[in-house]
Ligand binder design. Structure first.
Ligand code: PEP
Length: 254
């Protein structure tokens, strides 16, 4: 029965372009030192590429996994400045973000690019975290559902139902990222429910029940619990509040 599926909460900290190797290692040590064993949820850090190799041994004995902030759609070749999914796998990543709104907005990533990234992550055995979400203008124009549907369709285009089941979706309204504005838990729940229904059309209803849907956008220790208490919110993608050891620890242990 679909209703009996238990989805383990997942908390991912996205550090964006912050922290040197020394700062990242110091953070990992402080976090690990103050974290009791957690067996009922998953957590991960997405540091800058430069800190991945140094963080891997620091996190090996902890419950914290590594996540990549981005990936290239090809496995190798003449793509100066890019990092491939097999390389991310090699350095110890378990997850990889695809289509973060900053990548779409600042770096012009298209739905096709995001789809290639999702596929590359799956080919390498990583779990893609497909980020979707509307801008303020799109929300004001009542386009939220259309935008989210389109980004899901594009990001998961031509994937098998099995591959969709192996993926994670992060709903991140762009107007809530880094702004201190958070979607109200019931508002976010409505969109998450819509996302799960749409995933049901793409991967079958039972498959959709297994897929974790994270919320992102100014998540803090104060609002994380109420968000994750919603039926279809299976975790959070945290930017700013993941840069501070105490606040990230509180969110992990919400
Ligand atoms: C993010 O970068 O994905 C994010 C949600 O950032 P913040 O928590 O700072 O809004």
């Amino acid at each position: 029965m679909a209703g009996e599926i238990v989805r383990r909460p997942l908390i991912i900290g996205n550090w964006k372009m912050n922290k040197t190797i020394g700062e990242a290692v110091g953070f990992a040590r402080a976090l690990a030192a103050g974290l009791p064993p957690v067996t009922d949820r998953d957590a991960a850090i997405a540091p800058p590429f430069t800190a991945l190799y140094a963080l891997a041994p620091e996190l090996r004995e902890t419950a914290i996994a590594l996540c990549a902030q981005d990936v290239h759609g090809e496995d190798r070749g003449a793509f100066t400045g890019e990092v491939s999914a097999p390389m991310l796998r090699d350095v110890g990543c378990r997850y990889g973000l695809a289509g973060h709104s900053e990548r779409r907005r600042i770096f012009g990533e298209t739905g096709d690019d995001v789809n290639r990234k999702v596929k590359a992550l799956l080919r390498a055995g990583l779990t893609p975290v497909l980020c979707v979400g509307e801008t303020l203008e799109e929300r004001d124009a009542e386009q939220t559902y259309n935008i989210v549907r389109r980004q899901l369709k594009e990001g998961l285009n031509n994937l098998s139902a099995d591959d969709i089941r192996r993926s994670i979706v992060a709903y991140e309204p762009v107007w809530a990222i880094g702004t201190g504005r958070t979607a109200a838990p019931d508002q976010a729940q409505d969109i998450h429910h819509f996302i799960r229904q749409f995933l049901g059309l793409m991967a079958g209803q039972e498959g959709a029940e297994e897929i974790r849907i994270l919320y992102g956008g100014s998540v803090s220790p104060e609002n994380a619990g109420a968000l994750m208490a919603q039926e279809d919110i299976d975790g959070v993608l945290v930017g700013g509040a993941s840069l501070d050891v105490d606040s990230f620890r509180k969110i992990i242990l919400y």
